[in-house]
Design a protein around this ligand. Structure first.
Ligand code: 13P
Length: 339
């Protein structure tokens, strides 16, 4: 465990004014996204599209790290350099998604999932380090519904996150722990706040129990929002206030930073929420680690056509810049129009 490398990696990821691009969609998720723009989800199309994002001119001004899928970590761009080597050369920290997706927890209610991927993780970590990955993501999924989440679900996921985080640090890779409370459902924002608090409390207790170093861990959090089918949709300031309140109650001040997932929020809502939280101020740097809220306009602009490459890069650069501003509390809705 190289603590000085872990500190250096975490500090680089949390560079002021920058955030992390999540480009680690599984082939299944990629298929859904590509289908929405009528593009075949082939390995070559995935390589082309991700290469488009990574080589966007000027993007390293706003992007400090990229979460890659196993497939992408091993692919090369059109210049012949492997993607992790290309990113590192451009001052962007390459990361890797290491979980193997979710399964139903036996004997629990339907919808109660736990994340798999712990078996053999130490060997995979050593290989990922050699391939250039310096941080790793693991996503746990907590669903809100009638009588769920249960303690079983919250604890099973907290312990898996803690074991994975320990394996990361032992391999000198910074863990980006992602306990995602889903926004799907008709639940209120109050219920989301309660579940997020319970989830984060259990997660940090498990990390402590497994001797995970908080100084070398990044939290990828979901924001506290109204369920997407709830009749009352909370406004920007309420989301920011509730999210910060929960984080302050549960997240150690020693963490180098907190990044957020977008979770299905609109592009602009994800930016506005991050901006509002940074205006309010927090004990840690707060930035983005979005997939959809960074990529949606670029994917649409590209639509699988080489002729759209530059337009897609422009759309991606714009969202990266907007979120870079939001990570400093300097975004304004008018800035969106200046695209
Ligand atoms: P979204 O921003 O689309 O929620 O994706 C972030 C992510 O990495 C999910 O694991």
């Amino acid at each position: 465990m190289d603590k000085s490398l872990l500190s250096k990696t975490a500090a680089a990821m949390m560079t002021p004014g920058k955030g992390v691009l999540a480009a680690d969609e599984s082939a299944g998720t990629c298929e859904k996204r590509f289908q929405s723009v009528n593009v075949d989800c082939t390995e070559e199309n995935r390589r082309t599209y991700r290469g488009l994002l990574f080589t966007t001119p000027g993007v390293s001004q706003y992007i400090s790290g990229v979460i890659l899928h196993d497939e992408t970590l091993r692919q090369s761009g059109n210049d012949g350099a492997t993607f992790p080597a290309y990113l590192a050369k451009n001052g962007i920290v390459p990361g890797i998604k290491v979980d193997k997706g979710v399964v139903q927890i036996p004997l629990a209610q339907a919808g109660e999932k736990v994340t798999e991927g712990l078996d053999g993780l130490d060997k995979r970590m050593a290989e990922y380090f050699k391939l250039g990955a310096r941080f790793a993501k693991w996503r746990a999924v907590i669903t809100i519904g009638d009588g769920i989440p249960s303690h079983t679900c919250i604890y099973a996921n907290a312990h898996a996150l803690a074991r994975y985080a320990g394996a990361c640090q032992a391999a000198s890779i910074v863990p980006m722990i992602e306990p995602e409370v889903l926004l799907d459902g008709s639940h209120t924002i109050e219920r989301c706040e309660e579940v997020t608090e319970a989830t984060l409390r259990a997660t940090f207790a498990a990390l402590a129990a497994y001797n995970v170093s908080f100084e070398h861990t990044i939290l990828k959090a979901s924001m506290v929002v109204s369920g997407n089918a709830c009749s009352r949709q909370a406004g920007v300031d309420e989301v920011a206030e509730r999210t910060l309140r929960v984080l302050k109650r549960t997240v150690p001040a020693s963490l180098p930073g907190v990044v957020f997932l977008s979770g299905g929020q609109s592009d602009e809502a994800a930016t506005a929420h991050l901006d509002a939280m940074n205006r309010m101020g927090a004990p840690w740097p707060l930035t983005f680690s979005y997939s959809r809220a960074l990529q949606n306009p670029a994917l649409k602009a590209w639509s699988g056509k080489a002729a759209n490459y530059a337009a897609a890069q422009k759309a991606f650069a714009h969202r990266a810049r907007m979120n870079g501003l939001a990570s400093q509390g300097k975004w304004k809705p008018e800035a969106e129009k200046a695209a």
